[in-house]
Write a protein that binds this ligand. Structure first.
Ligand code: HEC
Ligand code: HEC
Ligand code: HEC
Ligand code: HEC
Ligand code: HEC
Length: 360
């Protein structure tokens, strides 16, 4: 297909659906498109995310097929209103606009964010093909207009319409990046979309572009490892391990997660002592864990907090030459919950965010 025909086809497509499809961006932004396809934003549907699917199927709303999750998981759906209503119309694996998940054009049309109690709301620009961005010296695009005056894009926090908080019917904040509104000015993009090599588009050569794989807990953790430090401090009797977070939000946010710090002392190539600290936030009611939609309180919270330095003290007597191996890792879903939900183990592997070894 020549370029003009392709543009025509994509233009017709864009008109039929409310948002231009992700595939329309591929031609001119091949690198960004490719990265995006690996991101959790591209996998936010029940068909591509087994964890989301399992939790959705347990949610009472699924019996009514009221897929309210669409607001953040498939916001570009062309039947959005029907999808969220309790009318028997549920997610459809053949609907292309639903498969576009957190779509390119949706995100780039977020004009403003309206704050609200239960969740925030994205206000979408009514101009179908005007995309917000931050490249002040951009060239013209033959496909769309470009607007670089949107303050949420300029501050790197256009994410807060979906990521700020989510309260259940009891008013409990079940998933919060921004519980105490302490990170209103944190630039999410600086850490989660770092500049990587390769051009923004095929039409003008540039050395770097903003990474669209969205480094997070599912993948590309290595890009985020530098925002936590592991420190070792020996004492006369025993030693200390400190986990020093430079993250403006809690280490992990979704209530299904569990993180750990494992510490192992190796002497003459043999482990002689080990310990595992669990970092977790458990929601529940009457002191017992419940699914998030039934939770009335935080039952337990040992998660590493925003910018916290957590110090663990041990009285194990080290000997000269001992090697102390420390790892900060996590699982996306707490193992007992994963079992209950029937989540395949390959979707819930142990991930390591940071590992360090010290010699005494
Ligand atoms: C206000 C926006 C919003 C709504 C509405 C929403 N989610 Fe989410 N959801 C998110 C965000 C943002 C994340 C990523 C959170 C993170 O990784 O910390 C997420 C992640 C998840 C995850 C973790 C997925 C994984 O692979 O680890 C599950 C499970 C989930 N959501 C279930 C649901 C279900 C079920 C619904 C509907 C009943 C729903 N969500 C509605 C914003 C939302
Ligand atoms: C026919 C080619 C073409 C197509 C198709 C295309 N773009 Fe672009 N886009 C461009 C060019 C050219 C630029 C400017 C690049 C530069 O200055 O380096 C651009 C820039 C952008 C910017 C950056 C704006 C800024 O200032 O930061 C965004 C966002 C964007 N495009 C989104 C999209 C999305 C979303 C799609 C698909 C729905 C898409 N584009 C499809 C050519 C295209
Ligand atoms: C339209 C809603 C929406 C917007 C806007 C949005 N996200 Fe997300 N994001 C989600 C959902 C939903 C998920 C979880 C998908 C899943 O796991 O099923 C997610 C997942 C993520 C993850 C992956 C977490 C993990 O566990 O790997 C990162 C990182 C992330 N988002 C960062 C951002 C950043 C940075 C921005 C702003 C530039 C942003 N998001 C804007 C809805 C959104
Ligand atoms: C200083 C760097 C930094 C900034 C700024 C930052 N984050 Fe993170 N974020 C991290 C690190 C590090 C992790 C942990 C990743 C891991 O454990 O694999 C993380 C994890 C996440 C996750 C996954 C949590 C989960 O439970 O799955 C989401 C979603 C996220 N951040 C969204 C945001 C949003 C939205 C903003 C802006 C308000 C933001 N982050 C600002 C560094 C940062
Ligand atoms: C979750 C929201 C989100 C999604 C989804 C998203 N983008 Fe972006 N995109 C951004 C943000 C935020 C920036 C600005 C990055 C910065 O300021 O460094 C950006 C920047 C860009 C740029 C300019 C590149 C640069 O280096 O500044 C282009 C082009 C672009 N996006 C195209 C796309 C295309 C094409 C897709 C889908 C394949 C897509 N975006 C999906 C949020 C998103």
């Amino acid at each position: 297909m020549n370029k003009i025909a392709l543009l025509l086809v994509t233009a017709v497509f864009a008109f039929a659906a409310k948002f231009a499809p992700n595939s329309a961006c591929k031609e001119c932004h091949p690198l960004i498109y490719k990265e995006y396809q690996t991101s959790q934003h591209a996998h936010a549907t029940i068909y591509k995310d087994p964890i989301h699917k399992a939790v959705w199927e347990k949610n009472p709303l699924s019996k009514k097929n009221a897929y309210k999750c669409a607001k953040c998981h498939t916001p570009a759906a062309n039947n959005f209103k029907e999808l969220i209503a309790p009318n028997g119309i549920g997610p459809d694996p053949h609907n292309k606009t639903q498969n576009d998940a957190v779509a390119c054009a949706y995100c780039h049309r977020i004009k403003a964010i309206k704050e609200d109690l239960k969740t925030n709301h994205n206000i979408i620009s009514p101009t179908p093909k005007k995309y917000f961005g931050t490249l002040k010296d951009h060239i013209k695009s033959p496909f769309h207009q470009i607007d670089t005056s949107n303050s949420n894009f300029l501050q790197g926090n256009v994410c807060m319409g979906c990521h700020s908080h989510k309260r259940n019917k009891f008013g409990l904040n079940v998933c919060s990046t921004n519980e105490k509104r302490e990170i209103e000015n944190a630039n999410c993009v600086s850490c989660h979309m770092p500049k990587v090599k390769g051009s923004v588009s095929t039409l003008k050569k540039r050395s770097h572009h903003a990474f669209h794989g969205f480094a997070g807990a599912h993948r590309y953790q290595n890009m985020l490892a530098r925002y936590v430090d592991i420190e070792f401090l020996p004492h006369l009797k025993g030693f200390e391990i400190a986990i020093n977070s430079k993250i403006p939000h809690d280490l992990l946010l979704h209530p299904a997660r569990v993180a750990f710090v494992s510490i192992k002392v190796v002497r003459d190539n043999k482990p002689v002592w080990q310990k595992k600290e669990i970092l977790v936030r458990v929601l529940g009611a009457n002191g017992k864990p419940t699914p998030p939609w039934l939770a009335k309180e935080v039952v337990k919270d040992t998660m590493l907090k925003a910018n916290e330095k957590r110090v663990f003290k041990y009285d194990f007597q080290l000997q000269k030459g001992d090697k102390i191996v420390v790892a900060l890792g996590y699982k996306l879903v707490k193992p007992p919950l994963a079992k209950k939900l029937g989540i395949p183990s390959k979707a819930n592997k142990t991930a390591i965010l940071k590992k360090r070894a010290f010699t005494y």
